[in-house]
Ligand binder design. Structure first.
Ligand code: ZN
Length: 321
């Protein structure tokens, strides 16, 4: 990546300028776009960030033809309308309800709502009113629940929701893409009624497979993921935004081990940054199917119990006073 396409701004949490490099040569292993990135940890607050950070047209390049292609849309719709996707959204709802029941009186805003499947699931299960925000026009144009909820092409910061107008705001695999998570969570706090909830689901830096696989850990998703939250740093960022953490847990994330092992093996076979041919993928597929069912799925349940699965959910509340 050219230097002019990247930024090395101060820490997005505390404004610090001193960083330690914790991972080097981290690459996009999902869409195989070019570039090698570093993950650096702020010496002052410990938050891990992708640096240098692509911005503007460089960042646009890394989103082009990713979530918005007909193939991606068909894949997401197949997943979320299938048994596993419906189960995942139920799991997310049940996680929020560990804090309090979700009812028809709730107004749920999902930030980074994609095609709206989570909002559809919550509306159908609990009759809530819904608003979906996303930057991707293609996703919103094909939103699954367009007749029943409001959808806007916007970030939360630009959405200008009225103060104290919302009861639940969700960030599902979204906040790690945000260049200013404290500002976004502050906007969420302001939009919430006192006692309203924010639910944040994203990868957990420093979880077990993250430490084992390092730069091959699948959920790193660089450079789209600008920030890599540990359990502690996520709670600190929420607190800095005036939110009170009330529940934290790791989330089952089967495929984490399989896809990380695949990334490691592919780099060993092909060298850095080279995608597999369709033939190689077909040859290796039976191995990954075995790894998934024999190692990955069982280990997720153990990791979930130990609080070490690769994804986490934090629920934080706007204080009553
Ligand atoms: Zn910092």
């Amino acid at each position: 990546m050219e230097r002019s396409d990247a930024q090395s701004p101060p820490c997005m949490h505390c404004g610090g300028n001193q960083f330690d490099t914790v991972l080097e040569n981290v690459r996009d292993r999902v869409w195989w776009k070019p570039g090698a990135f570093q993950l650096q940890q702020c010496q002052a607050c410990g938050l891990v960030q992708t640096r240098p950070r692509p911005h503007g047209t460089a960042l646009d390049f890394y989103y082009e033809d990713t979530y918005d292609t007909p193939e991606a849309r068909a894949g997401l719709q197949r997943f979320y309308e299938g048994r596993l996707g419906r189960l995942l959204n139920q799991y997310r709802l049940i996680t929020i309800e560990k804090v309090r029941p979700v009812t028809a009186a709730d107004h749920v805003v999902d930030v980074g709502c994609s095609y709206g499947h989570f909002l559809q699931a919550v509306r159908q299960a609990r009759q809530v009113s819904t608003t979906g925000l996303d930057l991707d026009a293609t996703s919103l144009a094909h939103a699954v629940d367009a007749d029943c909820g409001t959808f806007r092409q916007s970030t939360l910061l630009d959405a200008e929701l009225a103060d104290e107008s919302v009861t639940i705001i969700t960030f599902l695999e979204c906040l790690e893409h945000d260049p200013d998570p404290v500002a976004t969570l502050t906007a969420a706090r302001n939009a919430l009624v006192p006692g309203g909830l924010v639910a944040i689901e994203l990868p957990m830096w420093n979880s077990l497979w993250c430490r084992v696989f390092g730069r091959f850990w699948h959920p790193l998703f660089v450079p789209q993921h600008l920030v890599h939250f540990s359990r502690e740093s996520l709670q600190e960022v929420a607190s800095a935004a005036g939110l009170e953490p009330v529940h934290h847990q790791t989330m089952l994330f089967p495929s984490e081990l399989t896809l990380s092992a695949r990334a490691l093996v592919l780099e060993w076979l092909l060298g850095p940054g080279r995608p597999p041919s369709p033939l190689l993928d077909r040859v290796l597929a039976p191995i990954w199917i075995l790894v998934f069912w024999i190692l990955d799925v069982p280990s997720q349940f153990l990791l979930r119990i130990a609080g070490q699965a690769g994804h986490q959910t934090l629920i934080a509340r706007r204080p009553f006073t």
